[in-house]
Structure formats: C-alpha cells, structure tokens
Design a protein around this ligand. Structure first.
Ligand code: NAD
Length: 368
C-alpha cells in the first residue's frame, strides 16, 4: 500500500523534469492505440450534475477509471455503486473520507462540489496523501487558491484544476497557431460568457457556497481564455457591474460584469460575464497577421470556429474524457498540456477575479 503511494509520488516528482507538450496528435482517448500502462484510479466527490457528466465521460477513458465515491446522500451512492460496479469499501461520506488515506485502490480524488467547499476538501484530500483534481473555480479567492497549492506541495501530491478546454482539440490547435506566430502579434481578445440562470435557491446564488455569481462560474472562462488566447498575463483590469434583479442576485452575487484587461505587450481584452443572457459563448482574437473566432467557444461542444486560414476542423471528443486521460498522462508520464492545469494556473485566474470584483466595486483601474 505504502509502496504504491511512494511509487506514484516518485512518478509525480520525476514528471517535473520531463516537460512535454501534449498535443491533439497524442490524445489517448482519441486514438485507437491499445494501452496497457498504469490507470489513474479516481474517486469522485460530489455526485451532482457535473460529477455525473465526468463519470459518464470516464467510461471512455483509457488511462483513468472511476473507482470510488464520496457523497452525503446514501441513495446516490447506492445508485452509482450499481451503475459503475464500485465496491462498498471505496464509498465514503463527507465525515469519514479522511480514511481514504488507507485505501490503496484510490490514487486521486476529483472534487466536484460547490466552490466554497473546495479549499477545505482539498486540504483534507492532500492530507490523506491522494492527488487532488478540483473543479473550477479552484476556491472563492486567490488566498484560498494559494493555501491549496501550498497544502498539496507540502503533502507531495498533485493539484490539478478541471480546465477541460486545455485539452479540447480546436482550442489546442488555436493555441498552437498563436505560438507559431500564425496570428502575428496578438492585439485584442473579446470573450463573452454567460447564460440565464434558473432556480433562485441554488448554491450558485449563495455567496458562502459560490464565492460570487456569474464571474466565478462562467466569466472565469473568458478570464482563462483571454490568457491562453493572447499568451500573456494581464497587468491591469477595469470592470463595471450591472444588476437588474437585486432579489435574485443578492449582495456579493454578480449578475452581469463587463471587464477589460491590459497586457504587457499593449494587447487588450474586453469581456462580458453574465447570469442574465443566453447564447453567450464566444471568443474572438485578432493579431497583426490574422484572427480566430470561436462560437461556441467553451461549452461542452462541439466547439466551432474559424481563423483567417479557414474553418477549424479538429474532431470533437468528449472534453472530460480527454481531460481525465490527459491528467493521467500528466501524473504518470509528466506529459504537460499545452497550457498548464495546475494549482498555480488556478491561482492566476483567482487573482484576476479578485481584481475584477475590486475594480467593479471601486470603479478604479486595478494593477495586477
Ligand atoms: P451540482 O449542484 O449539480 O452538484 C454539486 C454536488 O455537491 C451535489 O451532488 C451536492 O449534493 C454536493 N454537495 C455537497 N455539499 C454540498 C452543500 N453544502 N451544498 C450544496 N451541495 C453540496 O453542481 P455542479 O454543477 O455539479 O457543480 C459542482 C462544481 O463543478 C462547481 O465547482 C462548478 O463550478 C463545477 N462545474 C464545472 C464545469 C466544467 O465544465 N468544468 C461544469 C459544471 C460545473
């Protein structure tokens, strides 16, 4: 048991010295190649709507497998246990999951619970010596994110954030084009991320559980997208908030925020994050030599788009299947995605979101 953990940890550490760009040409899930290497054995914590999607997608994985469950609802455990042939000994609740420490069947825990719970749950999983995969946003602010990074480092386990777009073939192709200079110097990014949210009683509209409104949930795609589409880190932000329904969107829950970011090269971004408009899932980037537009740009797919060279034609593969096989490749072989998915990447987004909230509140231009 201990030796297997040591083995995994040694692999994780050695992975640091094996940089490798993960590209659509070596996506395990997309290829027909047989695979007989190690399998990442994952427990899902939080059997809600996204957890359900991840579990289904993992059935097509070659390198990752759902082997454990953590839930506060016994009836869900029963249903999932039968559906995915999971043994009793790999099932936990929120009170007893620290005991996962003694379970050699589980390598990693995928936290898919409300945002406000991610930090404490990450600290507990790290303390149990298991790798942490955590959904976005990684926490409710940058301070929490940094604590999570530090805890996982101290425990010598990986912390990976559920940035599924970093494995999506059309997105990866665009980032490669940008790195190869096909767009020239990136100049401008426009990101529009939003949907009309329903049930006013859901956790996404409860500040303690969500950490904020649309920005934390969906606006984060434009924040992260601006960074990977332009290939730079912003140095300032400005933001303006609009609220049409203060009953549904209470204090601390943003309904609509427009935000702007400036980058060291002089590139700028102009984005919209909202819980009050549908059909907002669009990225546009233009550089000195070319452009790309993607719509939908971050939904579950298929992603669609075109550049000045023509349409993006890379195949659609279920994002969560690619992500989980990619995460296994990272943990076992040190294969890095084209854009990082580690805790530090998550903290970068959280710092920008903190600054956007401050800019919206004060009306000031916030330097990063
Ligand atoms: P959900 O409400 O459908 O599921 C949340 C789960 O957490 C439920 O099973 C619920 O029972 C459980 N839970 C545990 N403690 C809880 C508590 N105190 N209050 C409420 N629920 C509690 O939500 P979801 O859509 O599955 O979102 C979960 C996480 O996944 C969020 O962080 C969200 O941002 C993220 N997410 C990511 C994507 C993506 O594409 N990467 C998509 C959707 C959601």
């Amino acid at each position: 048991m201990g030796s297997r953990r040591d083995f995994l940890q040694k692999l994780s550490v050695s992975a640091v010295s094996l940089p490798f760009i993960y590209s659509p040409t070596n996506l395990f899930a997309a290829s027909g190649d047989p695979y007989d290497g190690p399998i990442l054995k994952v427990a899902i914590m939080g059997l809600g709507s996204y957890g359900t999607r991840v579990a289904e997608a993992m059935q097509s994985c070659k390198r990752a497998k759902l082997v454990g469950l953590i839930s506060g609802t016994p009836s869900k455990i029963e249903k999932w246990k039968a559906q995915y042939s999971i043994p009793d000994k790999n099932c936990y609740n929120y009170d007893n999951f620290d005991a996962i420490k003694n379970n050699p069947d589980i390598d990693a825990v995928y936290i898919i619970t409300p945002n406000g719970l991610h930090k404490d749950q990450t600290l507990r999983v790290a303390k149990a010596g298991k790798h942490v995969i955590c959904e976005k946003p990684m926490g409710i602010n940058a301070k929490e994110g940094q604590e999570m990074v530090d805890a996982c480092k101290a425990a010598n386990v990986k912390l990976l954030i559920g940035y599924r777009m970093h494995f999506e073939p059309k997105t990866v192709a665009v980032i490669k084009m940008r790195k190869e200079g096909k767009f020239g110097t990136p100049k401008f990014f426009q990101g529009q991320s939003g949907f009309t949210i329903g049930d006013p009683t859901q956790w996404r509209l409860n500040k303690a559980l969500s950490g904020g409104g649309a920005m934390m949930d969906i606006g984060i795609y434009s924040v992260n997208g601006a960074r990977y589409m332009l290939g730079e880190e912003p140095i300032w932000v400005t933001a303006q908030e609009t609220k049409t329904d203060p009953i549904k969107f209470k204090e601390g829950i943003d309904e609509t925020i427009q935000f702007q970011m400036g980058f060291p090269s002089g590139a700028v971004a102009n984005c919209l994050s909202t819980y009050n408009m549908n059909n907002l899932d669009r990225f546009f980037m233009t550089g000195s030599k070319g452009f790309v537009e993607m719509q939908p740009s971050t939904g579950y797919g298929p992603i669609e788009g075109r550049t000045h060279e023509g349409p993006l034609t890379q195949p659609h593969v279920t994002h969560q299947t690619l992500q989980m096989d990619g995460m296994a490749a990272l943990i076992f072989d040190g294969l890095q995605p084209i854009v990082p998915i580690d805790g530090e990447e998550g903290v970068k987004d959280m710092k920008i979101i903190d600054a956007i909230f401050l800019a919206a509140k004060t009306g000031n231009k916030i330097k990063l």
